[in-house]
Design a protein around this ligand. Structure first.
Ligand code: FES
Length: 161
């Protein structure tokens, strides 16, 4: 059976097979979702807010709970889209603002420009560069000393259990 999903703030409606995960919904809509960990519930890049219908989704697993605990913009209605399966109608999903980057090079490529949206760390969701801020060499220097981008290392260290 097919279940209906609403997506905010883009105001679109879509559908998914019962038990399908929310990540597939977002990918079908060609939304910019990085899925840095490959859908294993270990990164921030598929983090969404459930505006309505939390009870129509599969329960939060221990791993999802643990990852949500690391994400700085986590709220009580946060879920990881790759881990949340749709069991019933009535789910409204809100995508957090900002753009995830998977390396400092992504930011470096924008030196001399203003960030058009918040640039976010792929594991913690931390805002690395705020929207409207000019990206300079000193922004890069500061990020190099304060920000770890060892995402691959983090993912191999984190047990798949
Ligand atoms: S894609 Fe990484 S947690 Fe969902």
């Amino acid at each position: 059976m097919v279940k209906l999903i609403k997506l905010e703030p883009i105001g679109q409606e879509t559908s998914v097979e019962t038990n399908g995960n929310l990540l597939s919904v977002l990918l079908n809509k060609e939304l910019d979702v990085l899925k840095e960990c490959g859908g294993r519930g270990m990164c921030a890049t598929c983090h969404i807010y459930v505006k309505d219908g939390m009870g129509a989704l599969s329960p939060i697993s221990r791993r999802e709970q643990r990852t949500l605990g690391v994400i700085t913009s986590c709220k009580p209605n946060s879920r990881l889209a790759c881990q949340a399966r749709v069991l019933d109608n009535g789910v409204t999903v809100e995508l957090p603002p900002g753009m995830y980057v998977n390396s400092l090079q992504d930011i470096e490529a924008l030196i001399g420009r203003r960030a058009d949206q918040d640039m976010l760390h792929p594991i913690t969701g931390e805002v690395l560069v705020e929207a409207g801020k000019l990206i300079t060499r000193s922004t890069m220097k500061q990020l190099e000393t304060t920000t770890s981008f060892k995402v691959g290392e983090y993912l191999t260290q984190t047990k798949d259990a």
